[in-house]
Ligand binder design. Structure first.
Ligand SMILES: NC(=O)c1ccc[n+]([C@@H]2O[C@H](COP(=O)([O-])OP(=O)(O)OC[C@H]3O[C@@H](n4cnc5c(N)ncnc54)[C@H](OP(=O)(O)O)[C@@H]3O)[C@@H](O)[C@H]2O)c1
Length: 427
């Protein structure tokens, strides 16, 4: 049975015998390092759960492990956070396929964002204390119960914010905010095309657009998500699966749109450029078209690369259009910190609120990834470090996507598997 056909099973945690994952985890937000040189005689080893990427490929490459070590000693400026909730991002689907170069090579603890409670603070940390509820943001290493992080990469949570909301905020909202306001300079009365409008970044972008007056939003998403995204503020939901979204937009707005957010790449970047009004801006920030199923698909990657937009700057000048790129992984800590504070303020003012799609426990990480791969999520998928209780109901706000969509998607994947997919590295 191939990995694609295999049902995702709840994992039994592996007891980690070596510290391989620790060694590969960057210090910025890593697995706690054992005290080593000067262990206290009273110290007892502690155990914690973590989700580790063991190699590139399908869901089976992501393993739940239990590590046992002495309590960590913190360096100056660091805090120890007991993580309560983590965010799943599209980047982790890419990372599992070996398509996200900011994640260190496996074995590595995955996860870029989470929320929890500070358990200990290192020397010279003055603005965080034990018991503070914080959001943590890093390039990797967050999907575990205990995380050592630089105090600067933690952000105090407003009282009314749940741990799930805290974990859902950083990647989606930082990305959407910087694209809309720092790159595209969104102003009143402008029109914006948001692809993947029912996803984490899509919903964040929709809410942020509504902090500006009279912005018109065109949003592409599967039909089953239209009611929710329309309630959330998308003016014109478009089912890209059954309709040509370029035609649909032109029917409503013959001149096109002012801003296109492009997380898809390939031919969609060309379409986005064509849809721009003069003086409009296209921002490329993803290549979701490279992903078709659970494993890396070289043909889809080649198609996306082959169809990418290519033009000379003279033509760009004559077109009166702007093209920009954005990658959160390459943004400075200072800008991230400043923007996080603005976002937390918007949250307190009630202007933004993460939409939680569903919560999965660490042992169900494969199911969580499958939900995103199969395009079922509306909003954010959350991972919970605590073990699942017996007979616990699934925590999901999402209406089940129409079976027909699921079947179509599965059928497409199967066909692609047979003809196109290049099986991933052997371990
Ligand atoms: N550059 C950056 O710094 C940055 C940061 C964050 C996110 N991103 C990009 O933004 C995009 C959205 O990320 P996200 O984390 O918020 O994910 P997300 O939107 O929650 O992703 C899942 C949804 O995207 C849609 N989708 C479109 N193509 C898909 C595909 N090939 N496979 C699976 N789903 C697909 C599906 O909904 P429908 O089919 O209903 O639309 C699905 O439910 C991604 O391309 C991501 O790489 C970039």
């Amino acid at each position: 049975m191939s990995g694609e056909e295999a049902p995702t099973q709840q994992q039994q945690p592996e007891q980690e015998k070596t510290d391989t994952a620790d060694e590969s985890t960057p210090a910025a937000a890593g697995a706690p390092q054992e005290s080593g040189s000067s262990p206290s005689t009273e110290e007892k080893p502690i155990s914690w759960r973590s989700v580790v990427l063991m190699g590139y490929g399908g869901y089976d490459k992501v393993k739940l492990q239990v590590k046992t070590q002495n309590k960590p000693q913190l360096k100056a400026g660091e805090v120890l956070v007991c993580i309560k909730a983590c965010g799943l991002n599209f980047a982790e689907l890419l990372a599992r396929q070996g398509l996200y170069d900011l994640l260190p090579a496996p074995p590595v603890v995955m996860g870029m964002e989470g929320s929890g409670v500070i358990e200990a603070v290192g020397e010279s940390v003055e603005d965080r204390k034990v018991g503070d509820r914080v959001i943590v943001f890093s390039r990797s290493g967050i999907w575990q119960e205990l995380v050592v992080a630089s105090a600067n990469s933690t952000f105090p949570m407003p009282e009314q914010m749940s741990f799930e909301e805290g974990a859902a905020l950083p990647v989606n909202y930082l990305t959407a905010y910087m694209i809309l306001f720092d790159v595209a300079n969104l102003r009143p009365g402008k029109s914006v095309l948001i692809h993947m409008a029912g996803g984490g970044v899509g919903i964040a972008a929709t809410q942020l657009c509504h902090t500006v007056e009279e912005v018109i939003i065109f949003g592409t998403a599967s039909a089953s998500k239209h009611e929710t995204i329309a309630q959330g503020g998308v003016t014109h939901p478009i089912d890209y699966r059954t309709k040509d979204y370029v035609e649909e937009i032109h029917k409503i707005s013959p001149k096109g749109v002012d801003i296109v957010l492009d997380p898809l790449g390939g031919s969609d970047t060309q379409k986005g450029f064509g849809l721009l009004k003069p003086l409009g801006t296209l921002i490329v920030f993803g290549a979701a078209n490279c992903v078709t199923g659970q494993r890396k698909n070289l043909l889809a990657m080649a198609k996306t690369w082959y169809n990418q937009l290519s033009l000379n700057t003279l033509k760009l000048m004559q077109a009166n259009k702007a093209i920009a790129g954005f990658h959160l992984g390459h943004v400075s800590e200072e800008l991230i910190s400043n923007t996080m504070h603005k976002l937390l303020e918007l949250y307190v003012q009630g202007k933004i609120k993460p939409h939680i799609d569903s919560c999965y426990h660490f042992e169900e990480v494969g199911d969580a990834m499958r939900r995103m791969h199969e395009r079922q999520n509306i909003g954010k998928i959350i991972l919970l470090p605590e073990p699942k209780k017996k007979d616990e109901e699934p925590k999901s706000n999402a209406e089940p996507a129409e079976e027909v969509e699921k079947n179509e998607s599965a059928a497409t994947e199967k066909k692609e598997d047979a003809s196109e997919e290049v099986k991933e590295e052997k371990d």
